[in-house]
Design a protein around this ligand. Sequence first.
Ligand code: NAD
Length: 491
Amino acid sequence: MELLKNYIDGQWSHSREGNTIDVVNPANQEVLVKVPYGEKTVEDANQAIVVAAKALKEWRDVPVMKRVQPLYKLKQLIEENLDEIARLITLECGKSFAESKAEMQRGIENIETACATPTLMQSEFSENVAIGIDEFMIRQPIGVCACIAPFNFPGMIPFWFLPYAVACGNSFILKPSEKVPLTMMRIFELIGQLDLPKGLINLVHGGKESVDALLTHPEVKAISFVGSTPVARYIYQQGAANGKRVQAQGGAKNPVIVLPDADIEMAAKIIADSVYGCAGQRCLAASNIITVGDKNGAIKEVLLEAAKAKTTGFGLDEGIEMGPVITPESKTRIEGLIAQGVNEGAKLLLDGRNPVIPGYEAGNFLKPTILEDVALDGEVINTEIFGPVMSLLPMDTIGRAIDFVNSNSFGNMACLFTSSGLNARTFRNQANAGNIGINIGVAAPMAQFPFSGWNDSFFGDLHGQGRHAIEFFTQTKVVIERWPKEWTRKF
Ligand code: NAD
């Protein structure tokens, strides 16, 4: 069984840690590889920090036009190997092959956007702020940057940060999720082909131990985290306490309002794709669906049909739309939340628990599930399920629906389906969330926009992607200067 290596100082090397955990195909429990996991991964992280700090000295002074050249090459290499990378994503993470390819495409778009860093990093100059005095601002790299990634987008999420950090003149350390390290192993083989200083981009494995090493080492200046809210809060607090710049993206519980004036057929299809895509394991998955004025249950009926139509199975098999959830523990947790919803008073309109998927009986499968009339004062309504479960909440007015949206402790995404521009405008003005969708089910910002979670979905100031990433990975320096005539020597 292959034991995964770290990528440190431009070379593949074994971890100092002898303990390992299994990386498992969630569709059939096949062990794919083993990954180092334990206290000695701290030594790996510390070594990566030392070499990254060294590589930085040379890289920060390479002209920015030259710093983006390896990114063009990386885009090309990923595109040439796209199918292979997508297959790895499906094998370790479970989503369908089409979803894996789409995920990687979003990663590539971030590389493309980071190629604009020569322009995005440009700054401001004011001539004559006082007589004979000019003032200007420059952006400089901040140093060694580290990224801690979650399991649900093994190929895309590191690219919300990596290309921007490197283009801005920093060095970088990635700690992928221990559940899905294979995708980035393949991508780092491609990174190894780039013309970059040794130690500029590194990968270390592990869990809490290696993360804590990154959070506490004085040479690490910035931490980019994506994962669950409790861990995001911890990373933010620990990182800040250790004097680091931190952006920590957390969990979600995304509401979608459907107004009676919406195109119901279109809305139902889009909402079902949002709830059940990636088996609900997306931080932008719709979860609470608020149907306004649906007196005769028309919206409910089309949502039910759309949910029933989803095909579930192994993501590499033809025609499969929904794969398994990541672990047996995840499956048990989701089943428990469905039962809790029923105990709190909900009706089970569609029960996807314990499906039989021929040939994949051991997989962590759930089929689309719909809970109806979920208790507004219960726990399930505000708990991230992270599985293929839709909660249906009938309400009378758009005002009540927006109040409900704004009572949520998260704030990753809120969506509205309507044909009224006025309702859309009111909603986008009032909704207490950072990513808003109007007649959109997954309001994922394109790479040039920040991934703008709010409230318990984000801790920090500057988000991942686009201009926010450029600002996060640079520090501003303001220079004010005077060149008096009398000091200028005549030749
Ligand atoms: P997680 O929080 O369990 O793990 C994320 C990373 O943190 C992993 O690399 C893990 O090794 C590390 N980690 C776990 N526990 C830690 C601890 N106690 N101390 C230090 N490091 C620790 O998250 P996950 O289960 O991998 O991912 C799913 C979660 O991520 C969901 O809540 C989802 O909503 C969220 N997510 C958010 C976004 C976003 O943009 N807001 C995007 C994707 C996923």
